[in-house]
Ligand binder design. Structure first.
Ligand SMILES: Cc1cc2nc3c(=O)[nH]c(=O)nc-3n(C[C@H](O)[C@H](O)[C@H](O)COP(=O)(O)OP(=O)(O)OC[C@H]3O[C@@H](n4cnc5c(N)ncnc54)[C@H](O)[C@@H]3O)c2cc1C
Length: 492
């Protein structure tokens, strides 16, 4: 008997994961990818001997990656090696006011205690709660397909959810424990960069602080591309076929089932489609109106996670003043966060993040040189042009000059900027978003766009706009969750 044909749209982390699980379950799987390489938002840019991870650079939650490979009888070390970074990252609060965040927990506690007396003991308690949330959240909640409220209706789970402060805001939760503004900023940053205002984010997300402080910040040697390569190799070994440079343009239907997926090159007969491309793009540009699950009003009222203005930079010398991950928190958090999520304008005085992986990996920059990615989180859907980008480029380098007493611009030998326009043209991203939908309570679990189409019987979705949400580990999980649903519904 011939196996069922599955088409996965997009070779991002979620698409790669879904395809590999489907192949394992016996489907004949082809991934159709618009771009020329796998990885989606985690593609690699190689120019003049410099290698840049174009998107994610923080490897958090190593257990999720380990769990992924284990299900195929493998481990991450079969494909790539990991280095735990120490310091995990550095925070610049102002001139001569920098803080290295140590990997060792006892040293980390000392940092808190030096900022606020008594906070180390409070941190133990805060992290005990966060560990519990991580355990229940990662082992249980995030693997739910969230197709119905009934999935959450077990007494134990309801008790767990109350214990996890699902209805308290992340900000109130932190403020209950800590007073010092630097401590609050350190704990809020994973939320600001990945999702929503701390006051609108459920306290459940303190599980990210557990991931940060206890599980650590890691670097896959070769960068995030090493993870993409590992997943691509595993997919191919499991029988998945790839067609690159092959954008999906439309579907053919028989009543309410997709029978063929049409790309610029050809038409593929299918039994099931898993869309790993941006949900909004598939719904509004690939599906005819009568088959859409959500209205235009629905999409208009979604709160998007940020977009980003990025600069990929190559320097002709070493930069001893910087470390691998550096967060510039030398301006107040509040106004920047509001400009992303409330007023939706370019920030006046942005916070930004600098990634210099050549500090850890000698192969990502030519000898004696340094590569750097600058990331400024900004609202999705705002005007993006060269003049604005250049203004922010100079603003970042003026801030470097203020802190380090040196203008680093003359040493740049490679420069490329990237923002809304490229997110749209490269990934068909909704309003140029970088990270999908914001992690607010109203956009959690069953309140996210569903992993199964409400109108088309054999169409499913995966990736950062559906459950469980944005980030590389959630994308791996999303692929697994959707593959399980397909197998359950279509059992072959
Ligand atoms: C700048 C940036 C920094 C980030 N930093 C981190 C970080 O440090 N740590 C972390 O965990 N996460 C981070 N993230 C988030 C993380 O990268 C994403 O959540 C994750 O990569 C999303 O994967 P995905 O598979 O859902 O989507 P994508 O990676 O966008 O994959 C979708 C794929 O579909 C393809 N596609 C689109 N339309 C079509 C079509 N019509 N036909 C065929 N193919 C199509 C696209 O080309 C793309 O390859 C970052 C993201 C960005 C952008």
């Amino acid at each position: 008997m011939s196996s069922k044909q599955a088409i996965v749209i997009g070779a991002g982390f979620a698409g790669l994961s879904a395809a590999t699980f489907l192949a394992k379950a016996g489907f004949s799987v082809t991934i159709l990818e618009k771009n020329q390489q796998a990885g989606g938002r985690a593609r690699q840019l190689v120019e003049n001997g410099f290698k840049f991870d174009m998107g994610p650079s923080w490897y958090w939650m190593p257990d999720v990656f380990e769990r992924y490979f284990k299900q195929f009888g493998k481990q991450t070390s079969d494909f790539y090696s990991l280095i735990r970074l120490d310091p995990s990252y550095t925070v610049v609060f102002g001139k001569d006011d920098e803080l290295d965040i140590p990997a060792d927990y006892n040293l980390f506690r000392n940092v808190f205690e030096s900022l606020e007396k008594g906070s180390a003991t409070k941190l133990d308690k805060f992290l005990d709660e966060a560990a519990y949330k991580y355990k229940v959240g990662i082992n249980n909640l995030v693997y739910k397909p969230a197709r119905s409220l009934w999935e959450f209706m077990s007494v134990k789970l309801l008790i767990d959810m109350v214990k996890m402060d699902i209805f308290m805001s992340f900000q109130s939760h932190i403020n209950k424990y800590f007073q010092h503004s630097k401590i609050r900023q350190l704990l809020e940053f994973p939320i600001l960069f990945l999702g929503a205002l701390a006051k609108n984010t459920p306290a459940l997300y303190s599980l990210m602080n557990y991931a940060d402080i206890k599980l650590g910040t890691w670097y896959p040697v070769g960068g995030m591309k090493a993870v993409v390569n590992a997943m691509t190799k595993l997919a191919r070994n499991s029988g998945v076929e790839f067609s690159f440079d092959d954008e999906v343009m439309g579907f053919e239907f028989e009543s309410n089932r997709v029978t063929h997926v049409k790309t610029r090159k050809e038409s593929h007969r299918v039994d099931v489609v898993v869309a790993g491309a941006d949900y909004h793009h598939v719904e509004t540009q690939i599906l005819p109106k009568k088959f859409r699950s959500y209205s235009e009003k629905y999409w208009k009222t979604r709160l998007l996670a940020p977009s980003s203005l990025l600069f990929y930079l190559g320097f002709n010398r070493k930069l001893p003043m910087l470390k691998h991950h550096v967060l510039f928190f030398d301006e107040p958090f509040g106004p920047h966060a509001e400009s992303i999520y409330e007023t939706k304008v370019w920030p006046e005085k942005p916070l930004f993040y600098v990634n210099v992986p050549s500090k850890t990996d000698k192969d990502v920059a030519p000898n004696g040189c340094e590569n750097m990615v600058v990331l400024i989180p900004v609202a999705s859907g705002i005007e993006d042009n060269e003049i604005i980008r250049e203004k922010y480029f100079n603003l970042v380098f003026d801030r470097f000059e203020r802190h380090f007493g040196e203008d680093l611009r003359p040493f740049i030998i490679y420069k490329k900027s990237y923002a809304h326009k490229e997110f749209i043209s490269d990934y068909n991203s909704f309003k140029g978003n970088a990270y999908g939908l914001a992690n607010t309570l109203r956009q959690t679990a069953i309140l996210k766009p569903s992993i199964k189409s409400k109108k088309v019987k054999n169409l499913y979705y995966t990736g950062q706009l559906t459950v469980p949400g944005p980030g590389v580990p959630p994308s791996l999980i999303s692929g697994e969750v959707v593959a399980n649903e397909v197998v359950k519904d279509l059992s072959i």
